[in-house]
Design a protein around this ligand. Structure first.
Ligand code: G1P
Length: 286
């Protein structure tokens, strides 16, 4: 069983400066909900209720968000504004949050290793909150947890990208063992299009077995001088099976302004069409 989800959330969010100068990028909202809350909701719907967050300096707003604000609750108690806090209150009541700080920014692999004391010796999910994923009935992480239960090995989520974009992602090569599921044979962090082994890009959803921690400890800095989870997973694939799963659903790169705006429009249209549907249903009932 996968019981814990790790959220690496120490990054600076430089692509969103100046918005992220004093505010964590994970707190940027799509409509009225911060990115990290979408991730936590996805984990919860996959049956995971233990959230482990790797934060850094200037990230206190994340901890405050997943805590009770007594003053605010007191102010709006008994008013119709209370409903705005219902979802986050539900999360607080149903999840446990634990935090640790990454002191130095040495890459995603290093951030994941920093989370080891919060995870311990068990399989765990990783969500990168700026990859916002959506699937109405079967969220991406739920799909991956099912895959994990079947194969019991590390799994990365992948999607097909335009070959010109390979230098923004970890890229895999693999052998398709069932529809949309690949056994990884190679993995490269952000290769130039000419060196990329395929156009199958890793997106910010992983399920990792705890052996990854020892591998990360022995992984030398790679692309950009940082410790890369991609390199550690390639090492793991030499001795155990590592899978890449082409998920069903949509993913928005909310680490880029373009993807952020796209997600905002998508979720706005979704909310609009749901409320129109509700009004129509009410009309039929009456
Ligand atoms: C990280 C990983 C990369 C992966 C990407 C997904 O890169 O290192 O392999 O493809 O997340 O969003 P980052 O976007 O943090 O530079």
């Amino acid at each position: 069983m996968v019981k814990k989800c790790l959220f690496p959330a120490a990054g600076y969010g430089t692509r969103f400066l100046p918005a992220t100068k004093a505010m964590p990028k994970e707190m940027l909202p799509i409509l009225n909900k911060p990115l990290i809350q979408y991730g936590v909701e996805e984990a919860l719907s996959a049956g995971i209720d233990n959230m482990a967050v790797v934060t850094g300096r200037g990230k206190r707003a994340i901890e405050d968000h997943f805590d009770i604000s007594y003053e605010l609750e007191h102010q709006i108690r008994g008013t119709d504004k209370e409903r705005y806090l219902a979802d986050i209150r539900d999360i607080i009541d149903n999840c446990t949050f634990s935090y640790t700080r990454q002191i130095e920014m040495k890459g995603l692999g290093h951030a994941i290793l920093t989370g080891e004391p919060l995870i311990g010796n068990q399989p765990f999910a990783v969500i990168l909150a700026d990859d916002l994923c959506y699937e109405e009935k079967d969220p991406i992480l739920s799909q991956m947890v099912r895959m994990y239960e079947k194969y019991r090995c590390s799994i990365v989520a992948i999607e097909e990208i335009d070959k010109s974009q390979t230098n923004k992602y970890g890229i895999i090569a693999g052998k398709e063992i069932e529809e949309n599921l690949f056994m990884v044979t190679n993995m490269v962090e952000k290769p130039d299009p000419k060196d990329a082994p395929s156009n199958l890009a890793i997106i910010g959803r992983y399920i990792l077995t705890p052996e990854i921690f020892d591998i990360l400890r022995n992984t030398k800095p790679g692309k950009g001088g940082e410790i890369q989870i991609t390199d550690a997973l390639l090492t793991q694939s030499k001795t155990s099976m590592v899978l890449a799963y082409k998920f069903k659903g949509r993913r928005f790169d909310c680490g880029s302004i373009e993807g952020f705006v796209e997600a905002t429009n998508f979720f706005f249209n979704l909310v609009q069409s749901k409320s129109i549907k509700k009004k129509e249903e009410n009309l039929i009932q009456n």
